[in-house]
Design a protein around this ligand. Structure first.
Ligand SMILES: Cc1cc2nc3c(=O)[nH]c(=O)nc-3n(C[C@H](O)[C@H](O)[C@H](O)COP(=O)(O)OP(=O)(O)OC[C@H]3O[C@@H](n4cnc5c(N)ncnc54)[C@H](O)[C@@H]3O)c2cc1C
Length: 1013
């Protein structure tokens, strides 16, 4: 099986998908699908027959067949993962001990999403400590507490340390040795800090820690750990043991690096890792540490094991191997070394899915071509596999003195961006890097919580508005060349990057944004600068083809308070890129942050008459600004009602509005519930739910909804969110920006028929609320239909996926939506039917990234030209197009609009932008016969039917000639959207009028293993 990728995939899918599904019928169906998809190609004829027969029988006896599958998988894996129940466990431990092995027990469990689960795991470890047949356990610090954060390093250390302290005390009393495992890179320094802190408190305790050789960082860590241990020993303290491993989380580290745009934390090659392993061994066995440091050589690579034994370190060295992975080698090693510790994960019967991640890692390890275990089957002295492994080993020994020990993740130098370079996303801050944490923390801590940055100066009046519009109108920005505009915009991105820490501090204090919520916002603003600069090339190319592009003139940007930096930056920079001048009116609540956007633009060279900052109040002055006849367009991000208000003030207003959302995540019976609950909590309660993209509904398939374990896990995750001041690094969910009112105040207190609180929200202060989750939300109810914009999540119980999709689509909005399911057929059905602008599969539904997930919705989530922000068409919509003589609609449709494109090239996440025909009923009004024919042809190519007059049922008008305000008023009153853009005889521009854009972002890895490989 190890040699057969199809076999490995099948076993993993069986474990991951069939075992995970608690609804037996669904599990049986999934089993049938997997068998039909090729099944156990690796296995012998007997297994193949069993699988095929099982697939047939599963139709009639789903419970029996799925039980058999689970039992078979447990039997197949029980040599690697031990059952936690006695007598099986006791018997196994006894027989291993009789063979002369020491056993190191590690209790596996559910993902730690909340403190409840962390406590449950802690109790399981305590139970292991209490067993008379256990004298060695391993734990991961990240399983002892939830809500750990790389940014809140000190707080996380303190919270884990207090629990580990108790565990150590108990272990010491029972005579059990405790070792800290190492898993993700982000836990490296955290684990070391906790270890040292608690051992400094319990001076005479002996304890262990794992160090991963695949991390160059481990060299400095090992050196300082040993020096500290020697000093502790000299004070009469205990000894430490360092378990030296190569590192088992490579696949996930690669995925994280790719998605975050960070360098991969582990070395790039196995050769470096092998050399690093030996270098670390030299460090750890250095005689200068005396007896303070013992070393566990944990490896199945017999070359490395032999090398370690040859170093002749006496009882300072111990061999360690994994239970069930290399039994013959373990016996030989024990015979040579005298003893071997076997690391044995144990899992309770009803927690078996918790073993999946461990199994996946082991399977990966056994099948990765360069690995020793992969070669072992054909390893005879002199065989090609032997020679290859031998040569690897020799090279590693030689290179151990020269292998680099410089961490790959470190503070990034700020480099000026190149306007001619291909666009790449600005990575978020890597808070595993201490210098980054310190820089931001000192900026945030350097201000008082109540210190805001309101713009000083007298109140803006109508006269100020007149002056500003006149200044902007006289600016010559529109004449600046595209190349020069690109250079300036790229410089804006650079300036923003330079001021990141200061911006985060301003947002934390003024906008109630935690650093971890604010940081991606700064990255997004920087991306907007560079992406919109690059977007101008499309305009240039179209102009070169003979089209005319005229900027709108002066554009007023009206952003909200919830993304007080990136949203104004996006509007301002897109408008500037298209050659417009801009008046920025920041949200009253976050004028200081809005002012930073303007300052950063000016600092980068945007002329002050091309961008004006006008914090106009929402009175006559504000209204005059929005409706001024010399204003060519308004970019609004806000509620649908505000968009309607603006329209009611001026029916011919050119409005580009991103409006409200009522977003849902569908969770089916085939979901990975650990992941689904984590993503749901994050999507619902990030920035206290004050995002238009936030998940406000979870539509859950009945068997999951009814499962007490699901509710327990969701309640645990939500109740554990740390609520507090945004400037406090420990805070996960910050306060509201203003006291709850309107629908949010109602959502906090109202329960409609059938509804009940799973987690009741509580007021903790004027602006501070704990999060709430209500069960039993019914289709068509108030909460199903109303945007509440705060930390309340409603859960709906759906019969099946079709019903779930109908409810997800059954709101007036169409902004974001998600699904969690590991079933490809379900995902395909969902993608074909979901009616949202941003669709997300097996991931959270917030945090859209420029270019990867261009952002914007449909229905009442958008008003105006509807191009997505951060997408290829946004800047194109900020001007007037005309001309063209060769529409070539069919060609453009085939080559551009009918293509589902992923320009990101990521392997772990697929990000597709696609176009779908508009679904509104659209009428063509006015225009010459020729124009109407061209428009109708474009619509037909796009698959849109148009009508020739405004009949009842029309909800959008393509207006091909100016008309009276009265008529515009009447259409507005009737709720009809008007697109006044003239016909352009060019497929790239004209076809855009007839389509919706949809961005689909889909996770394409399972536990690090890439699904498309
Ligand atoms: C007793 C025991 C305890 C363990 N505890 C931990 C632990 O706490 N944390 C942990 O992370 N792991 C742990 N492991 C697993 C360990 O890290 C290795 O994954 C595993 O032992 C395989 O390494 P090897 O030396 O046996 O074999 P080898 O085949 O020599 O090495 C395989 C390893 O090389 C590295 N590698 C392979 N290909 C590449 C590549 N292309 N680029 C970079 N690196 C590459 C990976 O680390 C891979 O696991 C433990 C292993 C044992 C035996």
């Amino acid at each position: 099986m190890l040699d057969d990728p199809a076999g490995r995939r099948f076993v993993l899918s069986l474990t991951d998908q069939v075992v995970r599904i608690r609804d037996r019928r669904r599990a049986a169906r999934r089993f049938r699908d997997l068998v039909a998809d090729g099944g156990p190609a690796f296995s012998g004829p007997l297994d193949r027959m069993a699988a095929t027969t099982g697939a047939v029988a599963s139709r009639f006896l789903p419970a029996l067949v799925t039980d058999l599958v689970v039992r078979r998988l447990r039997a197949e894996t029980e040599g690697v993962i031990l059952p936690a129940e006695d007598p099986a466990l006791a018997n196994h431990l006894a027989s291993r001990r009789a063979e002369g092995f020491r056993m190191n027990v590690n209790v596996l469990g559910e993902a730690i999403l909340g403190e409840g689960e962390a406590t449950r795991r802690y109790e399981l470890v305590r139970a292991a400590l209490a067993r008379p047949d256990v004298d060695y356990v391993s734990v991961k610090v990240s399983s002892l507490r939830s809500q750990l954060s790389a940014y809140d390093f000190d707080g996380s250390v303190a919270r884990i340390a207090d629990r580990l302290h108790d565990l150590y005390v108990e272990a010491q009393a029972s005579g059990v040795f405790v070792n800290l495992d190492m898993e993700e890179y982000r836990d490296l320094h955290l684990t070391v800090a906790v270890f040292r802190r608690v051992l400094d408190e319990l001076v005479d305790l002996d304890a262990g820690i794992a160090i991963q050789a695949y991390l160059p960082d481990s060299h400095a860590v090992a050196g300082s750990l040993c020096a500290w241990a020697r000093e502790r020993r000299a004070r009469g303290g205990g000894r430490i043991k360092v378990r030296l491993v190569k590192g088992a989380n490579l696949a996930m580290e690669r995925v994280e690096a790719e998605l975050r745009g960070w360098p991969q934390a582990p070395y790039e090659t196995k050769a470096e890792v092998d050399a690093s392993y030996k270098r670390l061994l030299d460090t750890l066995l250095d005689p200068q540490w005396g007896d303070a440091v013992r070393v566990g050589v944990a490896s199945h690579n017999l070359f490395d094991v032999a090398w370690a034994l040859a170093l002749d370190a006496g009882d300072r060295l111990e061999l360690e191997m994994l239970e069930g992975m290399a039994d013959p080698e373990a016996r030989v090693a024990r015979a040579r070394a005298g003893s071997v510790v076997l690391y044995a994960p144990v899992v309770r019967h009803d927690d078996f899915q918790a073993a999946i991640a461990y199994l996946a890692r082991r399977l990966d390890e056994n099948t990765a071509p360069e690995n020793f275990l992969h070669a072992m089957f054909s390893l005879v002295p002199g065989s090609p596999a032997f020679v290859e492994q031998r040569d690897r080993f020799r090279r590693a020994v030689a290179e151990r003195t020269t292998v680099s020990t410089t961490p790959r993740r470190r503070p990034r130098p700020l480099v000026a961006s190149d306007p001619d370079a291909r666009f790449t996303n600005e990575p978020d801050t890597d808070f595993t890097v201490a210098a980054n944490r310190e820089l931001v923390a000192s900026a945030v801590g350097g201000r008082r919580t109540d210190e805001k940055s309101p713009i000083q100066g007298p109140r803006i009046t109508v006269a100020d508005v007149e002056r500003a519009v006149a200044v902007a109108g006289a600016s010559t920005w529109g004449e600046v060349s595209f190349a020069e505009r690109r250079a300036i915009l790229c410089r804006v991105g650079d300036v923003m990057a330079r001021h990141r820490a200061d911006t985060l501090a301003t947002m934390a204090h003024e906008a109630a944004k935690t650093v971890l919520e604010g940081d991606p916002e700064v990255s997004e603003a920087i991306d907007f600068a560079r992406y919109y600069a690059a977007s101008t090339r499309t305009i240039e190319a179209l102009v070169a083809e003979g089209l005319t592009f005229r900027p709108l003139g002066t554009v007023v940007v009206v952003p909200p308070w919830n993304f007080p930096y990136s949203i104004p930056a996006g509007g301002v920079l897109a408008a500037l890129a298209a050659g417009n001048t801009v008046i920025l009116k920041p949200a009253p609540e976050t004028e200081g942050t809005g002012a930073l956007v303007a300052e950063h633009c000016w600092e980068a060279g945007v002329p002050r008459d091309a961008l004006l900052l006008l914090p106009a109040p929402e009175d006559d002055a504000g209204r005059r600004l929005i409706t001024h006849p010399d204003v060519g367009g308004v970019i609004l991000t806000g509620s649908y009602d505000t968009a309607r208000l603006f329209r009611s003030w001026r029916p011919d207003i050119r409005l580009h509005a991103e409006t409200s959302g009522k977003n849902a995540i569908v969770i089916t019976a085939a979901a990975d519930l650990d992941l689904a609950v984590k993503d749901l909590a994050q999507s619902a309660f990030g920035h206290a739910g004050q995002k238009c993209s936030a998940a406000s509904l979870a539509i859950v398939e009945a068997s999951v909804y009814d499962d007490p374990a699901f509710r327990r896990q969701l309640a645990d995750a939500v109740e554990s969110l740390r609520v507090g001041d945004a400037a406090d690094p420990a805070t996960v969910m910050g306060p509201l920006i203003r006291p709850a009112s309107g629908p949010l105040a109602e959502a906090f207190t109202r329960l409609d028929p059938g509804e009940s609180w799973l987690v009741a929200p509580r007021p903790l202060g004027e602006l501070l609320w704990s999060p709430g989750v209500k069960l039993g939300v019914r289709p068509g109810s108030w909460f199903h239909q109303t945007e509440c914009f705060g930390p309340v999540l409603g859960v709906m119980r759906a019969r099946d996926l079709d019903e779930a999709i109908a409810w997800q689509n059954g709101t007036p909005f169409g902004l974001t939506g998600g699904i969690h399911s590991l079933d490809d057929d379900e995902i395909a059905r969902w993608k074909a039917a979901v009616d949202v602008g941003n669709a997300y599969v097996n991931r959270g539904i917030t945090g859209a990234i420029v270019q990867r997930q261009p952002f914007g919705g449909r229905k009442r989530s958008v008003v105006g030209p509807t191009a997505k922000a951060g997408g290829p068409n946004y800047v194109l919509t900020l001007g007037h197009w005309s001309g063209g003589d060769e529409p070539a609609f069919a060609r453009w449709w085939r080559d551009e609009f009918a293509v589902e494109r992923d320009v990101t090239g990521l392997r772990a996440e697929r990000n597709v932008l696609r176009y779908q025909p508009r679904t509104e009923r659209i009428a063509l009004v006015g225009g010459t016969a020729e124009d109407r024919t061209v428009a109708r042809t474009a619509a037909a190519v796009a698959g849109v039917e148009v009508v020739d007059e405004v009949v009842p049922g029309v909800d959008r008008i393509r207006l091909l000639e100016p008309t009276s305000d009265d008529l515009l008023d009447a259409w507005f009153e009737a709720g009809i959207d008007v697109d006044p853009s003239p016909v352009v005889r060019h497929g790239r521009v004209e076809l855009l009028r007839w389509v919706h854009e949809q961005a689909i972002s889909e996770t394409r890895h399972r536990l690090g293993a890439l699904l498309d490989d």
